[in-house]
Design a protein around this ligand. Structure first.
Ligand SMILES: [Mn+2]
Length: 325
């Protein structure tokens, strides 16, 4: 039964694809941007399985872990597949087929790969993973669009081409075999060299403001490819980073905010805060776009919000709460 899988072009998406190839449900893969699906720019029909992307009515099956509990409940029973609170969509696919013979047996050997998709999607890396990525961690950084390798055109094959090959490789080869292939080695070498440049840039462009790390990357001509968690290793005291960079075509500035994955003491709800500036996100990470003229004001407000969150966390609980306890 040859269906088409529509998934996101990241590590979780490619692991979903590897699993669905393994169970023999899928023979074609289309990588899509979640927005293109939400806004119906990609026709979806009964021959399509969706994974790691938002639900679209009419698909054959849907597997996801991004939707809220409320969304999930509103769709309950209305689709085939599974949407669950899980560390990765790959985990959702794995759990769904595990109890359905004969698929479960075939998937069992991919358990370490599925666990890795969860590590990657929830950013549960170690400092060592960030400083010196090895094995699946390196593969995950290479295939993560946020690493920025897709912006470079100098590789033998395009990133999209690489991503199209990855699921079949994940299914059939060991991670060391994959990383030894010329197209992957080329990227791993490039990543290592660029990451060193990125580290120097971060040190030049960052300053600590209390709990926050402010990184101003505006005007950088050629952004080096780098590990997006590097700042959290270099600045372990700061529990949140505020990064200002040029947006597309430099029409506006992009502000991204994220909790330090190694210092989880920040209590600020980033997504809710970004919403005030027309952006969005989750509790720990979010982003918004603002006009260049507004950057100074918005950054000052964000720093104030970080300070208030820290003050609230430090304040003793209200007397009411003490009496009840
Ligand atoms: Mn995911």
């Amino acid at each position: 039964m040859g269906m088409r899988l529509i998934t996101r072009a990241d590590f979780d998406g490619s692991v979903c694809a590897a699993l669905l190839l393994e169970v023999g449900l899928v023979e074609e893969i289309l990588y899509a941007h979640p927005n293109d699906l939400q806004e119906n720019r990609i026709p979806v029909g009964a021959g399509d399985i969706l994974a790691n992307v938002p639900y679209v009515a009419g698909c054959a099956m849907w597997f996801d872990h991004h939707s809220s509990e409320r969304e999930r409940l509103s769709l309950q029973g209305g689709f085939a597949g599974l949407s669950a609170d899980a560390p990765s969509a790959a985990q959702v696919v794995f759990d769904y087929f595990r109890d359905r013979p004969p698929h479960g047996g075939r998937l069992a050997r991919h358990a370490p790969l599925v666990a890795m998709a969860g590590v990657v999607d929830s950013g549960r890396f170690s400092r060592q993973d960030v400083l010196d990525p090895q094995g699946y961690v390196m593969l995950a950084f290479i295939s993560d669009p946020r690493t920025g390798l897709g912006r470079r055109r100098s590789f033998r094959i395009s990133n999209l081409e690489l991503m199209k090959r990855l699921p079949q490789l994940l299914r059939t080869r060991s991670v060391d075999e994959i990383l030894a292939l010329p197209d992957f080695r080329e990227r791993a070498d490039f990543y290592a060299a660029e990451n060193a440049r990125y580290r120097r840039l971060l040190l030049e462009r960052s300053r600590a403001e209390g709990d926050a790390l402010l990184i101003d990357l505006r005007g950088v001509e050629e952004m080096p490819v780098g590990n997006r968690f590097l700042e959290y290793v270099i600045f372990p005291e700061q529990n949140i980073s505020i990064r200002v960079a040029d947006g597309r075509m430099r029409r506006c500035a992009m502000i991204s905010v994220g909790h330090n994955i190694f210092n989880r003491s920040c209590r600020l709800d980033v997504g809710a805060l970004m919403l005030r500036y027309g952006g969005g996100g989750h509790a720990r990470v979010g982003a918004c776009q603002v006009g260049y003229a507004d950057v100074g004001r918005v950054v000052a407000e964000l720093l104030q919000a970080v300070r208030s969150a820290a003050d609230r966390a430090a304040a003793p609980p209200p007397r009411e709460a003490i009496r009840r306890a």
